[in-house]
Design a binder for this molecule. Structure first.
Ligand code: FES
Length: 178
């Protein structure tokens, strides 16, 4: 009988040790690959995003011709065709519609060509004025005064089926509307 004798700790077998080491090694490699992918994929996507084809502009109906009185400038709104469900109200894009005579229209982006503040139309003075730095534009959208380097950005328009249409989707900027 050897009741008083302490038990010798059993040594793990060499096979057990190496399989545990292999498992931990594989786990470590797997975690590193996953972490690398989580960081790397967005970075690669960002780098190559400029080569990926951007969505095209689309013809968007702004409303019946009757909703735009002749020789007046009115505010209209359209839904960005490339909006996402979580965009909410930011998918509604305002623009200024100037109807000259008959089917002759000009539609301007609401954003000032300086730093993008929304411009307002003042019918009495026949000017678009920007509240941010005092930029001013004539009724045809050309630059009148202040810091804007150019006139208001203008949408391509057409009249079809008794409706006014604009080509929109990507907001006009100096990059796509020089
Ligand atoms: S943003 Fe309109 S003048 Fe600066």
């Amino acid at each position: 009988m050897n009741e008083g004798k302490p038990k010798e700790p059993t040594q793990p077998e060499e096979g057990d040790k190496s399989s545990r080491r292999d498992f931990l090694l594989k786990l470590g490699v797997g975690l590193n690959v996953a972490a690398g992918a989580m960081v790397g994929i967005p970075v690669v996507g960002y780098v190559f995003s400029s080569f990926i084809k951007k969505p095209e502009l689309q013809w968007i109906g702004l409303g019946k011709l009757g909703s735009f009185p002749e020789e007046e400038t009115t505010l209209a709104k359209y839904k960005n065709p490339f909006h996402r469900p979580w965009d909410g109200e930011t998918a509604d894009i305002p623009c200024w519609v100037r109807r000259l005579k008959g089917e002759s229209f000009q539609v301007f982006a609401i954003n000032c060509a300086h730093l993008g503040c929304p411009v307002r139309w003042f019918a009495e003075s026949k000017l678009f004025l920007c509240p941010c730095h005092g930029g001013a534009y004539y009724q045809d959208g050309s630059r009148a005064a202040g810091p804007p380097p150019r006139g208001l950005f203008e949408y391509e328009t057409k009249v079809e089926d008794g409706q006014l249409w604009i080509k929109g989707g990507v907001l006009p900027t100096l990059a796509n509307n020089p």
